[in-house]
Write a protein that binds this ligand. Structure first.
Ligand code: IFM
Length: 449
């Protein structure tokens, strides 16, 4: 086999994994996701994250696993409700523990990327109206200031907010996340405040961190019409693409939020507050319109037979969507890109090895077009709490399987594969032959030495 055929990534490429505070830390009872579990009706079996992966006590054991995989980067988040349990009251011991954890990554040669907000909000914040309250911008800025002054010397890599459109859509428009609103005006109010909060944090980070490199993580989905002959499905797919993929993104780049059918909202202070764009890429959805669905449900998600799907409503696994997305974002915004998340719910690890190889193949091909992608953070290192899916085993994302009774970890075959890739700095014929032999012709068939 010709070793020159390998798909090797640049020397400085970041090979990472990603996690978030509520999903892995444990014993968090001061935020809205904990409250949602108490209220019931939002989460699989009304579960809270409970002890999760017990990172508050044993993160370093998983950092050793990262080092063993050969990772040089990891994305993790700070839990706002932990460090600021009451407005303006700081838990210095918690901040010290974060410092210890993040130093622990640095000591292992793993560059931390710190996310300031990953879905959870402190209870005091939601009691005061949450993101709909314009004061949320100042609350978030004060929290960002505290964290950046405490941790800013440890890393230049900062991610302000994770998947703002997922949070806005699920909480305020689709009514799936607590408090379950279906109110476009509320969604717009929250969207503007979140964009402002992002902008404020961007400047705070740049003021305090030398060589700061700041972005946010945007969930990008491939939306396609379900029935190619049905004009309504095309229009619906176009509309959802615009609302979900583009709206928030454009607002922080242009400083204007343009909701179709509404007056444009100017937020000039937010303009150009992105150094890099984080792409969380997972799936493709096909949109199917319904004539008699009622106001909120005039469309539904469809899938095609014969295409690999995730569990439940996860949609279709579609590796070419990653390159399509990266190409589109680069052509439109000309900003460096980072894959801040990519992964698959697959407890049996039946499809994860193929998922990793096919997505990295797409990524490598895209980078050959001089599209700057600075890193790939796999979601996730360990199985963890999956939001409304709770601990439903079908939604296990880890390179390591976790036994939540004993906290034991077991590396999955995909963990072995990712380790080989990180150590080699890319895909080689030997790695693909060993871990996903059926993909060998597809990945290396077209590569000439
Ligand atoms: O677990 C989530 C993560 O918190 C945000 N992005 C998608 C992941 C998988 O659903």
């Amino acid at each position: 086999m010709n070793p020159d055929a390998s798909l090797i990534f640049p020397q400085a490429f970041r090979w990472g994994t990603a996690t978030s505070s509520y999903q892995v830390e444990g014993n968090l009872t001061n935020n809205d996701w904990w409250l949602a579990a108490q209220e019931g009706g939002y989460i699989y079996h009304d579960q809270s994250a409970g002890l999760a992966c017990d990172w508050w006590n044993r993160a370093e054991e998983d950092f050793d696993r990262m080092a063993d995989l050969g990772l040089n980067a990891h994305r993790l988040s700070i839990e706002w409700s932990r460090v600021e349990p009451k407005p303006g009251v700081w838990d210095e011991a918690a901040i010290a523990r974060y410092r210890e954890m993040i130093q622990g990554l640095v000591d292992r040669g793993i560059e931390p990327m710190i996310t300031l907000h990953h879905f959870t909000n402190p209870l005091w914040m939601v009691e005061r109206g949450g993101w709909e309250n314009p004061e949320a911008v100042d609350w978030f800025a004060s929290y960002a200031h505290k964290i950046v002054s405490a941790l800013g010397d440890l890393t230049p890599m900062w991610c302000t907010i994770n998947e703002p459109m997922v949070m806005i859509g699920q909480t305020y428009a689709l009514g799936r996340w607590r408090p379950g609103k279906r109110d476009l005006n509320a969604a717009i109010r929250a969207g503007v405040n979140i964009a402002r909060a992002h902008g404020a944090a961007y400047h705070i980070i740049h003021d305090q961190v030398e060589k700061a490199f700041v972005g946010f993580a945007k969930h990008m989905i491939i939306w396609e019409p379900h029935r190619l002959w049905m004009p309504n499905d095309w229009v619906a797919a176009w509309l959802v693409r615009l609302l979900f993929n583009r709206l928030f993104l454009s607002s922080v780049i242009d400083g204007v939020l343009r909701v179709p059918g509404r007056r444009a909202i100017r937020i000039p202070e937010v303009r150009n507050t992105v150094d890099w764009l984080g792409v969380n890429y997972y799936q493709r959805y096909r949109i199917r319109t319904k004539l008699f669905g009622g106001r909120a449900m005039f469309m539904e998600l469809g899938t095609r037979p014969g295409i690999l799907k995730g569990p439940g409503d996860w949609g279709e696994i579609h590796p070419p969507g990653l390159s399509l997305t990266l190409r589109h974002l680069w052509n439109k915004y000309r900003l460096p890109l980072i894959i801040t998340e990519n992964g698959i719910p697959d407890q049996a690890d039946e499809h994860r090895p193929g998922f990793i190889v096919t997505h990295l193949h797409e990524l490598w091909r895209t980078m050959q077009e001089e599209i700057p992608v600075y890193g790939y953070y796999f979601w996730s290192l360990v199985d963890n709490f999956e939001w409304t899916e709770g601990y439903d085993p079908a939604f296990s994302f880890g390179l390591f399987e976790v036994d939540f009774e004993t906290q034991e970890r077991q590396m999955r075959p995909s963990g072995e594969l990712y380790k080989a890739i990180c150590e080699a700095g890319g895909l080689t014929p030997a790695i693909v032959a060993e871990h996903t032999p059926a993909l060998l012709p597809a990945v290396f068939g077209s590569v000439r030495a």
